[in-house]
Design a protein around this ligand. Structure first.
Ligand code: NI
Length: 177
């Protein structure tokens, strides 16, 4: 497995819509495994393929707390078949928007169809953090970030700060030493 570089916002690659996986084969399993390794190393609880520059509909999540055994999920072509009317709010973060969090409201429960790592069709119902996490990562596959689901004012503040952090880092890197 290999750890991959995570694309940081603002970046046009994070706005791209991803194409479906034709078949979960060895190549896709490799991407899934590399994504899990990258997510655990960050550490994070979810990662979508476009965040590592792969524009295919693949996500990985693990909602287990640090003191619980890992519960990794690897999903290709996830589709939401049903979402509850009941909503829940989580303070969300994202590996592509480091050090920024915001409350986001989403359906509390979802039923999801996807291909697992053996290319088998699975249908699962998720609630709690897992439901939120799956929806957050699925958004990435359509070029949507959690900041697109909060007010334009808050979104602007976060994206400007990220752009400024990047500029400062680039300037520091340019200083000869
Ligand atoms: Ni994210």
């Amino acid at each position: 497995m290999a750890k991959l570089d995570v694309i940081i916002a603002p970046d046009p690659r994070l706005k791209r819509a991803c194409k479906p996986v034709v078949r979960v084969d060895a190549r896709v399993r490799r991407i899934m495994d590399d994504m899990l390794e990258t997510m655990y190393a960050a550490p994070g609880i979810g990662l979508a393929a476009p965040q590592v520059g792969v524009f295919e509909r693949v996500i990985v999540v693990d909602p287990a707390r640090a003191d619980e055994p890992p519960r990794p999920w690897q999903l290709a072509n996830p589709v939401i078949l049903w979402a509850s009317d009941e909503m829940s709010i989580y303070n969300e973060g994202c590996l592509s928007l480091p050090n920024h969090w915001a409350d986001v409201e989403r359906p509390a429960r979802v039923r999801v169809r996807y291909l697992d790592r053996d290319n088998e069709i699975r249908i699962t119902e998720a609630d709690g953090l897992l439901a939120t996490c799956i929806q957050h990562e699925m958004d990435h596959l359509d070029g949507v970030l959690f900041v697109d689901r909060i007010s334009a004012l808050k979104r602007g503040i976060i994206l400007r700060r990220l752009a400024k952090t990047r500029k400062t880092a680039a300037e520091k890197a340019a200083v000869p030493h």
